[in-house]
Structures are given as structure tokens and as C-alpha cells.
Write a protein that binds this ligand. Structure first.
Ligand code: SAH
Length: 335
């Protein structure tokens, strides 16, 4: 919802100040139109329907996986593509994955979003509208900023969104911001003393390999990033998650697991190897290789849990749906 437009209309009508909170309460509880908001005057409901679009986003495509994952492709009002995903787990958890930017400026070589053109940061309204859309499907309780974009480059809107998520059912303790290691953002998060969880996309045990996979490593090399993460962990007294996408023959060898265990203090980090959803340039490590990697980490004192893959059949990896659509659209343009 465009909160500025909403406020303007409520002020213009001279509505009492509690109206905005009433509307937000309905939206956060999963209402799907103004008509349901039975404690608002009928004239207000109809004027809202005419003048304030229920969402700042338009749904372009929705893909349903056989494992229950739902991935939604939206466009913003200026036509920028973004994606969000609802993941359903056997233990009842309902986790949403949201985007913080349309496209991403950081060009990680294995990531589909990196191949798209960077458009812009999303507004708080656009981030929250992704969450609200998925909330309308069912009640949700976890959120990860692991959709398109680098959340730490859009810090204020991401944090403002985190402050609204509890109303939708997602506490800050159940929210995680995933970053490439954008050091100023990690430091800002530490300063806020927020309960939001920090996740670091590391993907390599040394600078040489990491710079090949993630050009941002030249700007913020591993030592600097880990120093910021260690300071964060000490300040909030919680572990930092380390994401490590498993690329066949690239970063998945036992010697690399040993190097990783050497690098990461188990008091500070918990490793989450991620099975790779192939998007073109790399292959994903097979199950046995991932298990061997995890076992080597454990032998070296570092515990790791493999993240369940979700929605592989619907291209649910970061940027995949939007990138596929963009490629299809490009293909339709006569050259
Ligand atoms: N820019 C942030 C958040 C977005 S990406 C970050 O990099 O952390 C969220 C996670 O998905 C990152 O760990 C990223 O490396 C991973 N990822 C990207 N493409 C993937 C793919 N094809 N398969 C599996 N994980 C992928």
C-alpha cells in the first residue's frame, strides 16, 4: 500500500487519526480488499477502493512447486520486476523470501539476478507489499531477505520493513537479512541493536576464489567482513549464519571444507551449505559431495546444516524467474 497516498486521502477527508491503524491492522491480518474492513465507514471503503491501489505491486506470474513453494513475480508501478517466495516446511513453518532491490548491482557470477540490469532500491511499501501478498495466501512466521538485491545497500527501507513485519506475524528474531558482506550495512545493523538475524553469503574459504565468484570481495575482503560479523555477533550475542552455495568442483572439495573450518570460529558462525539451483554457468554439487563437505566441517569442529532446497522445479533461486522472463522478453524483441 502506498502509505503516503493513503495518509493524504485520510487527511483530505478529515478522518480520525486511528483510521490508518485500523486499515493497517486489516491488511497485516491478510485482508484482500477494502470491502472486508467492516469497522470503516462504507463511504471511506469505496473511496479507498477508487483512489488507493490495494498494493503498489502488480502480480505478473505465480509459479507453484510440487513441494508447496509459491514464487511470485511482480512489477512495480514503474515496471520494474521483483520476486518473492513463500516456502512451506513440514514442521509447519511458513517462511517468506523477499526482494530488497529490482535487479542487483553486484554481479555475483553464479547468481541469476546478477545477470539482470540493476533498476533501483525498493521502497518500504514495495517490500511490505510482497509480504502482504504472501500473507494473503496464508499465515506466515519467518522472513528472509534473500530475494533479489543486496538488502544492506537499501538499509533504511529494509530496516523500516523489519519494524512492520511483526504486525504481519513475523518477529525480528524470525527475520534474517542476507548480505554479500556489505560492511557499512553490517555495522549499521549492529548499531541498531536490532534482533534481526544476520546471514553472510561467503561461498568461498579464501579471497582468491571469493573474488572470482563475488567481485564485491575486492572491495570488502574476507578479513574485513568477518571482523564486522564478529563484532556484530559479540554485540547481539547471537551466531551469524554463513551461507555457502555448493558449486560442483569449484568450492566443494574436502580441502576447502578444512580451509573454511580454519577460517570460521564455531562460537560465532553456523554454516549453511546451500544446494545450488543451476542457472547456467555452474553445476550444483551432488548430494554425496555436500555430505562429505559437511562431515569434514564437523570433523574440524564446525557444525553445519544443509538448507533444504525449495521450489527447484519452479526456478525459485534468486532472480531466476525474473531473469527467465527478461530473457524471454528480449527474445521477443526483433533485433
Ligand atoms: N544479496 C544478498 C541476498 C540475496 S541472494 C546475498 O547475496 O546474500 C540470497 C542467497 O541466495 C545468497 O546466499 C546467494 O548466494 C544465494 N543464491 C543465489 N543464486 C542462487 C542459486 N542459483 N542457487 C542457490 N542459491 C543461490
Amino acid at each position: 500500500m502506498d502509505r503516503a497516498l493513503m495518509t493524504e486521502l485520510l487527511e483530505e477527508r478529515g478522518e480520525p487519526s486511528y483510521r490508518a491503524a485500523q486499515i493497517w491492522e486489516w491488511m497485516a491480518a491478510g485482508a484482500s480488499d477494502y470491502g472486508q474492513m467492516s469497522n470503516l465507514p462504507a463511504s471511506l471503503r469505496s473511496e479507498l477502493s477508487e483512489r488507493v491501489p490495494f498494493s503498489t505491486l502488480t502480480v505478473v506470474d505465480e509459479a507453484h512447486s510440487k513441494d508447496g513453494t509459491i514464487k511470485v513475480l511482480f512489477t512495480t508501478s514503474d515496471g520494474r520486476p521483483i520476486e518473492a517466495v513463500l516456502m512451506r516446511y513440514g514442521d509447519g513453518r511458513r517462511s517468506i523470501c523477499v526482494s530488497s532491490q529490482s535487479g542487483c548491482p553486484l554481479t555475483c557470477t553464479f547468481c541469476a539476478t546478477g545477470t539482470m540490469k540493476f533498476a533501483r532500491n525498493l521502497t518500504t511499501d514495495e517490500i511490505i507489499d510482497q509480504a502482504l501478498h504472501l500473507r494473503r495466501i496464508e499465515a506466515v512466521d519467518h522472513c528472509v531477505f534473500m530475494g533479489m538485491g543486496e538488502p544492506m545497500m537499501n538499509f533504511n527501507s529494509v530496516l523500516e520493513s523489519c519494524a512492520l513485519l511483526p504486525d504481519i506475524g513475523i518477529t525480528n528474531r524470525h527475520t534474517a537479512i542476507s548480505t554479500v558482506g556489505w560492511v557499512p550495512g553490517i555495522k549499521s545493523l549492529t548499531e541498531t541493536r536490532s534482533a534481526v538475524r544476520l546471514a553472510l553469503s561467503l561461498h568461498a574459504p579464501n579471497d582468491e576464489l571469493r573474488s572470482q565468484l563475488m567481485p564485491v570481495n575486492d572491495r570488502y575482503p574476507i578479513a574485513e567482513v568477518l571482523a564486522a560479523c564478529a563484532a556484530h555477533s559479540a554485540s547481539v550475542r547471537r551466531k551469524v549464519f554463513v551461507e555457502y552455495v555448493m558449486l560442483d568442483g569449484v568450492n566443494d572439495q574436502p580441502a576447502q571444507a578444512e580451509e573454511l573450518a580454519e577460517l570460521l570460529n564455531p562460537e560465532i558462525y553456523k554454516v549453511k551449505p546451500i544446494p545450488y539451483n543451476p542457472t547456467g554457468s555452474y553445476g550444483g554439487s551432488d548430494r554425496e559431495t555436500i555430505q562429505a563437505f559437511v562431515d569434514t566441517l564437523a570433523l574440524n569442529g564446525l557444525s553445519a546444516t544443509v538448507r533444504l532446497t525449495r521450489g527447484q522445479d519452479i526456478a525459485a533461486a534468486c532472480g531466476q524467474l525474473a531473469a527467465t522472463k527478461a530473457a524471454a522478453a528480449d527474445a521477443e524483441v526483433p533485433s
